[in-house]
Ligand binder design. Structure first.
Ligand code: NDP
Length: 291
């Protein structure tokens, strides 16, 4: 392998490692730091837009992180991930900016393939750490496909600043911390932000909920779900809403819709090879997971 000056490696001949880590979020880099310090020479595949995210994972799409110990003034998500990466590399982790697209856990050493090289000889590892994270869920509403990225997004931080949202009414669906954070962030750009909450209460933490409720540019619509996304053929300009108690339907003219309804685990890579729960998260710590 040919290490780059920053510790990454170029495409190489096939490698065998004691441990390969798939994923470059906090879990992947935490594993890398510990393994590297134990002289296990880990190889970490950070992905190339794996699961739709830049290397570093979902935190690269967030703004300020206020609740990570050691950063009393907060830190931006991408900056935190750069620091994680730097720390992994400092102790000798080989970071490869490619995506692992196929894996075979049926025999040891475990075999895996890089994206685009699925027909080639596999690379091998004695142990694999799956740290592939998750991605934002979508609702599959009528009109969603038509206006996806033309008014609809699952990432306010990535898309909130684009001109189509400037000084326009916007909506966020969800009642958790993500919804609170995204809605608050969007008030920088939109004229007003409506938060559609399907229940009569928020799931968000108290501090985030308070921030949301106290923002004069935010209105929470309780017991409300969206049923359809409408627009002019090019861009979104309206949502059909339904009150889940009364069944009453109405229009909400908005130019942006942001989903903040939770996440789906990126475990397709190991589906049918490891036990997962009903949401697709890997069940750890059980003997039947080790072939
Ligand atoms: P959560 O699972 O916490 O919240 C999801 C929200 O979406 C809930 O209010 C849920 O409603 C709602 N929802 C789910 N499905 C639907 C649907 N089909 N239609 C309408 N609404 C729906 O996910 P988050 O992404 O908000 O947070 C995940 C984790 O990340 C949490 O632990 C959170 O604390 C953390 N986080 C922390 C942040 C911070 O501290 N800065 C920022 C962002 C996330 P219901 O409540 O009715 O189930």
């Amino acid at each position: 392998m040919a290490p780059l000056t920053n510790g990454s490696v170029h495409k190489s001949t096939k490698i065998h490692s004691k441990v390969v880590i798939i994923g470059s979020g906090p879990a992947g880099h935490t594993a890398a730091v510990y393994l590297a310090r134990a002289n296990l020479n880990p190889v970490l595949f950070e992905g190339f837009m794996a699961n739709g995210f830049a290397a570093g994972g979902q935190l690269t799409t967030t703004t300020e992180i206020e609740n990570y110990p050691g950063f009393p003034k907060g830190i931006m998500g991408p900056e935190l991930m750069d620091k994680f990466r730097e720390q992994s590399i400092r102790f000798g982790t080989q970071v490869i900016t490619e995506t692992v697209s196929k894996i075979d856990l049926s025999a040891r050493p475990f075999r895996y393939w890089r994206e685009g090289q699925e027909d080639e000889e596999p690379e091998t590892a004695d142990a694999v750490i799956i740290a592939t994270g998750a991605s934002a869920k979508r609702l599959g509403l009528n009109g969603e496909d038509m206006y996806w990225q033309s008014g609809i997004s699952a990432c306010a931080v990535c898309d909130g600043a684009v001109p189509i949202f400037r000084n326009k009414p916007l909506a966020v669906i969800g009642g958790g911390d993500s919804a609170a954070e995204e809605a608050t962030y969007l008030t920088k750009y939109g004229s007003h932000v409506y938060v559609l909450v399907r229940r009569g209460e928020l799931r968000a933490s108290k501090i985030m909920a308070k921030r949301l409720m106290n923002n004069p540019k935010i209105t929470v619509l309780w017991h409300t779900v969206a049923t359809e996304c409408q627009g002019d053929g090019d861009l979104l300009n309206n949502l059909r809403l339904k009150n889940v108690f009364t069944g009453e339907e109405k229009d909400l003219p908005v130019n942006g819709l942001f989903y903040a309804i939770g996440h789906e685990p990126a475990t397709a890579l190991v589906r049918n090879q490891l036990h997962t729960d009903e949401d697709g998260y890997i069940i750890t710590g059980t003997r039947h997971n080790t072939n």
